[in-house]
Design a protein around this ligand. Structure first.
Ligand code: ZN
Length: 192
């Protein structure tokens, strides 16, 4: 089922996600719906907050991206990125490390807005997957960036919080308009 993707200004986007203790049928359903909604929106990552659920859950699929390389290592050995996708991260713990790398980012909660964001080059990840198995890997390139962006969402952190002052100033009018639109729509819903 396609879920509406919440836009900047919706309060759920600022909520820290609760840990998921059991993989209930509802959670399995949510994972499937999040993949469907993300793919329909041509996204490569989606956090539960973006569909209105403040949970430690994100889905990622960079399998279709050909022009921005990624790397994955499991137990110190490189593995094929395509075979590692799609990815479900439940209760992820991450450790970003390495030199700062700057690259373009977008977010499905900020339609048509893109900005260069600087993040550590690598990320070590420990999480549970959709089968309840513990997974552990090191990501580089685009996948590292996506994991860090999505895990930020799970803490209520948005990519605008990672922008330089200058970049955010350039987007300020657009950001304020988006926020106003979201809040107006919420008020209209509440008033019905
Ligand atoms: Zn995002």
């Amino acid at each position: 089922m396609l879920l509406p993707i919440l836009k900047y200004g919706h309060p759920v986007l600022r909520q820290k996600g609760a840990r998921i203790e059991r993989l209930t049928p509802e959670i399995q359903r949510l994972v499937a719906d999040m993949f469907e909604s993300m793919h329909a929106a041509n996204g490569i990552g989606l956090a539960a907050q973006q569909v209105g659920q403040a949970l430690q859950l994100t889905v990622i699929d960079i399998g279709a991206v050909k022009d921005r390389p990624s790397t994955v290592e499991v137990a110190g050995q490189p593995v094929a990125v395509e075979g590692f996708m799609p990815l479900v991260l439940i209760n992820p713990e991450i450790q970003p490390h390495g030199n700062p790398a700057t690259g373009p980012e977008g977010c499905l909660s900020f339609p048509e807005m893109y900005a260069d964001i600087t993040r550590p080059e690598w990320v070590d990840v420990v999480a549970t997957n959709e089968r309840g198995e513990r997974i552990q890997f090191k990501a580089g390139g685009l996948l590292s960036r996506v994991v860090q962006h999505e895990v930020d969402h799970l803490q209520g952190i948005l990519f605008i919080d990672r922008m330089s002052r200058a970049v955010k100033d350039d987007l300020r009018a657009e950001l304020e308009a988006l926020q106003r639109g979201t809040k107006a729509a919420l008020q209209e819903q509440a008033g019905r």
